[in-house]
Design a protein around this ligand. Sequence first.
Ligand code: NAP
Length: 276
Amino acid sequence: MQAEPTIGFIGAGNMATALIGGLVDRVRDPERVVVFDPDTDKTDRLRKRCCVQIAGDNAQILRSSDVVVIAVKPQVMRDVLLPLRPAMPEAPPLIVSVAAGIRIASIEKWLDRRLGVTRVMPNTPSLVGAGASGLYANDLVSADQRELAETLMQSVGIATWVDDEQQLDTVTGIAGSGPAYFMLFMEAMVEAAAARGLDKDTAHKLVVQTCRGAAELAGHGPESLAQLRINVTSPGGTTERALETMKADGADEIIRNAVYAAADRAEELANTLAEE
Ligand SMILES: NC(=O)c1ccc[n+]([C@@H]2O[C@H](COP(=O)([O-])OP(=O)(O)OC[C@H]3O[C@@H](n4cnc5c(N)ncnc54)[C@H](OP(=O)(O)O)[C@@H]3O)[C@@H](O)[C@H]2O)c1
């Protein structure tokens, strides 16, 4: 029987910790997960909590792993990759980058070779196992490697592929930045209820559960989002009045503009990081 692949992590921060937690809880043997981070407090915590292996440096991760997940901040990516050039094995591992805004071309440039790279745009709910990630793989990633990358991201939520790397900017506009839009929406609802005299904690509980419930309903059945909206909109009722008010205030346009603005900014940031 073929051995399970070894998954290496460069960086042991929030995202790596979420991914490793998801992996060892659900699918992988911790012996086959290896991590390096200069902050040994973080790696010690991971070793104690998840029984993973700790590497001495990033070069060891590169040499000992079938998949290398790069989970460092985008600003340090270049400095992390450049010294790894001489350590790259003859048959390179699959590189999975979760760094926002770092293009595959930059990764290949910094590693000084063409190799299989999967770029992932995850979001913060991944930290509680409810993430939504977009994935893009270049042409050197095999079907088996794609499956591996997908399994990795599914350990912290849902994972879905895009055919064009640029579409990861759109994924950023809806899923990467999306949680903040819903936070803003919920904050405004809580404030409105509080302004009408409802206890703030009560309003908070009701609003968060309503958001969760709407998402559950939307993800549950075959009905479209529009149909689910119509189902709760009785003619002449309260919801109809609220939705008419939102439309009149330009809600559709506000949301579309926000998604476009985030996606444009993602592209802008990627251009800046690519220049390094
Ligand atoms: N958190 C999220 O929800 C989220 C969402 C979408 C995308 N992402 C992406 O995920 C990546 C990681 O984000 P994060 O929130 O997990 O950041 P983080 O908590 O700061 O983790 C990054 C880790 O990398 C370590 N590091 C720095 N230099 C290193 C090196 N040379 N070798 C190995 N490790 C090194 C950092 O150590 P020090 O702290 O000591 O520098 C830190 O522990 C980012 O690129 C971000 O764009 C995160």
